[in-house]
Write a protein that binds this ligand. Structure first.
Ligand SMILES: C[S@@+](CC[C@H](N)C(=O)[O-])C[C@H]1O[C@@H](n2cnc3c(N)ncnc32)[C@H](O)[C@@H]1O
Length: 423
């Protein structure tokens, strides 16, 4: 993010939003990194909140914003100018910033040689009125084409429409029956220990956080661990565990958990989460395909690294950073991890495979491939609505293809399969 302390107050937050947008679109996972940048922490909490809201609103409508800009620009401007224009439109159309303020601040942020262009493009677009309200315009073309082929027209447009929506916060309760916490947080119970809050701000300041009575976890992300049926007396291996939402679920249900992750810094977040919640798990920083240990487990959970295209509700940048070539290389990683997962399964054990991806190569194709390579495994069909999941998401095979619009108020997109190795 650019140094911005010398800017006049109205430009500080916009300049920070520009840094966030640039960070988010420059490299994969960039939004999270940009949000942690020291320059952002130096802003007042009000400016920080505005910068974040502006960057998120821009990313959630990037498809339609770019359509409008393409129609108004004879040739692509430098990246920085294009990002300033994007933020200008998002302010005026989605954040209720008065038109004159959106235009004036955008012009002031632009390099001198492009100020006339920024002024003309924004004024022209604002005169024309609201941006097109077309779900198909919200997704990158190549992803929408894939979703159409995979899910059909209506479902693909349902997924795309969810891109513009700002999600509520979902939490998982350490004790699924903690009614006191539901009341204290003014939350709505979603079933099976997930709750939903409209509350905004920093979760670390909410009731129950310091005592570890809950953790932030999307309702769809909470399903894989529940579907593994953890219970006291069972051993569980969480193969790609950090930052640890699913490890916490397995441990809070009483299982004896071993958590692996390739990334030591991410595993440190898992350890901090365990400490806060007072839960226990053995954690090992290792490549799960090379872990030298001969134990077998009653439960193996593989929440594999993936393109994360289903996580766009909180990370809208994933849609714009994903590349078709990533899908093939991630599919190879998932296939290796699944083979390692199958080898860790005790007779009678259950293997839950999940990815927060909407793409079949990372989901259905992986489940089919492991079943054909390992005839000793079979699908343990998930029941309609099991563990609080949306019945509309059930596939004919008994797997889950959770789509964001299958739940009122939304949920992350996930693929989940539950396999068993009969005793
Ligand atoms: C989808 S995230 C896991 C999220 C986690 N299950 C949770 O619920 O909080 C995937 C994780 O896989 C880890 N990972 C990637 N390749 C791995 C490998 N070969 N072995 C172990 N972990 C790996 C990444 O570091 C990342 O933390």
């Amino acid at each position: 993010m650019r140094p911005s302390r010398s800017l006049p107050p109205p430009l500080l937050a916009r300049s920070a939003a520009l840094g966030l947008l640039e960070g988010a679109l420059t490299h994969r996972g960039g939004l999270e990194g940009a949000l942690a940048a020291p320059a952002l922490a130096a802003l007042s909490s009000q400016d920080r909140a505005f910068a974040r809201a502006l960057a998120m609103a821009t990313l959630r409508r990037l498809g339609v914003i770019d359509q409008v800009l393409r129609a108004r620009l004879a040739k692509p401007p430098p990246d920085r100018v294009r990002d300033i224009l994007r933020l200008g439109l998002a302010q005026a159309f989605f954040l209720d910033t008065p038109d004159f303020a959106a235009v004036d601040t955008s012009v002031a942020l632009a390099p001198r040689a492009f100020r006339g262009l920024v002024n003309a493009v924004l004024r022209g677009a604002l005169r024309e009125g609201p941006l097109p309200d077309d779900p198909a315009g919200l997704a990158p073309d190549w992803l929408l084409a894939r979703w159409r082929a995979q899910f059909g027209e209506a479902q693909a447009l349902g997924v795309a429409a969810a891109i513009a929506d700002e999600p509520d916060h979902d939490l998982s309760l350490r004790d699924p029956d903690d009614g006191e916490m539901v009341t204290a947080l003014e939350a709505r119970a979603l079933g099976a220990g997930s709750i939903r809050l409209e509350r905004r701000g920093d979760p670390a300041s909410w009731p129950g956080y310091a005592e570890g009575r809950w953790w932030v976890q999307d309702v769809a992300a909470a399903a894989p661990a529940r579907l593994a049926r953890p219970a006291p007396g069972k051993t569980a291996l969480d193969m790609c565990a950090a930052p640890g939402g699913k490890t916490l679920q397995l441990a809070s249900a009483g299982a004896t958990v071993t958590a692996l992750d390739l990334s030591a810094p991410r595993l440190a977040r898992l350890t901090a989460n365990l400490k806060r919640t007072g839960l226990a798990a053995e954690s090992v920083a290792v490549d799960a395909t090379r872990w030298e240990d001969d134990r077998r487990f009653d439960i193996v959970l593989l929440d594999a690294p993936c393109s994360s295209t289903g996580a766009f509700r909180r990370h809208p940048d994933v849609l714009w950073n994903a590349r078709p070539s990533d899908l093939a290389s991630l599919a190879r990683v998932q296939s290796r991890l699944l083979a390692a997962a199958a080898a860790r399964l005790a007779p009678g054990g259950v293997l839950v495979y999940s990815v927060c991806s909407l793409e079949a190569e990372e989901g259905e194709a992986q489940a089919k491939a492991i079943l054909s390579r390992h005839p000793e495994l079979r699908t343990d069909p998930i029941a309609p609505g099991e563990a609080g999941t949306t019945p509309a998401s059930l596939t004919p095979e008994g797997w889950l293809r959770l789509l964001p619009h299958h739940r009122e108020g939304g949920q992350d997109g996930f693929f989940i399969a539950r396999l068993v190795r009969p005793a």
